[in-house]
Write a protein that binds this ligand. Structure first.
Ligand code: THU
Length: 166
């Protein structure tokens, strides 16, 4: 009978996000280089409207680091985030290469790096997930703050219950 077949005991499922909080000095050389590039690219943001600058840097398996920065527009929704400017350009420029890791950094409206890292917006998580799927392996995520670096093992871990199949 409709509505009676799928009876389950209701329960709460807790989904946890594995974040490692690290000091900059605890990063390895490659991680530091990626964070440095993301920080450098906050200086390439075009953010006259929000005055919030974001930089991203993606390491590809061909050894290249592709950076990006948020690009705003007078028609606000036409602008794009640093993460998407980097991932779209990375795949357009090197379609055969696969993502290995991404670092993200920001400068607040006061011109200083926030103590706690800025995390990517939902749309960027979804966009990055596509390239993680394409890579066929986890893409490490480093979120840089002035006081702490957050390391996540994968984009997937940033976007639980993701829409990823169709
Ligand atoms: N922004 C990013 O570049 N990445 C994010 O993950 C969050 C937000 C940008 C978009 C906009 O230009 C500015 O930050 C303020 O939202």
């Amino acid at each position: 009978m409709a509505g009676t077949a799928n009876f389950l005991m209701m329960k709460t499922i807790d989904i946890t996000v594995p974040v490692v909080a690290m000091g900059y000095d605890e990063l390895d050389e490659a991680q530091r280089a990626l964070v440095d590039k993301a920080r450098e690219y906050t200086g390439h943001a075009y953010a006259p409207y929000s005055r919030f600058s974001v930089g991203a840097a993606i390491r590809l398996d061909n050894g290249v680091i592709v950076p990006g920065a948020n690009q705003e527009n007078a028609a606000y929704p036409s602008g794009t985030c640093a993460e998407r400017s980097a991932c779209y350009w990375a795949h357009a420029r090197y379609p055969e290469a696969r993502f290995e890791s991404i670092a993200i950094a920001s400068l607040g409206t006061d011109g200083r790096e926030p103590e706690v890292p800025t995390a990517p917006c939902g749309a960027c998580r979804q966009a990055l997930l596509e390239y993680e799927k394409l890579a066929g392996h986890d893409v490490e995520v480093l979120l840089a703050g002035a006081g702490v670096i957050y390391r996540l093992p994968s984009v997937r871990s940033l976007l639980p219950l993701a829409f990823s199949e169709f």
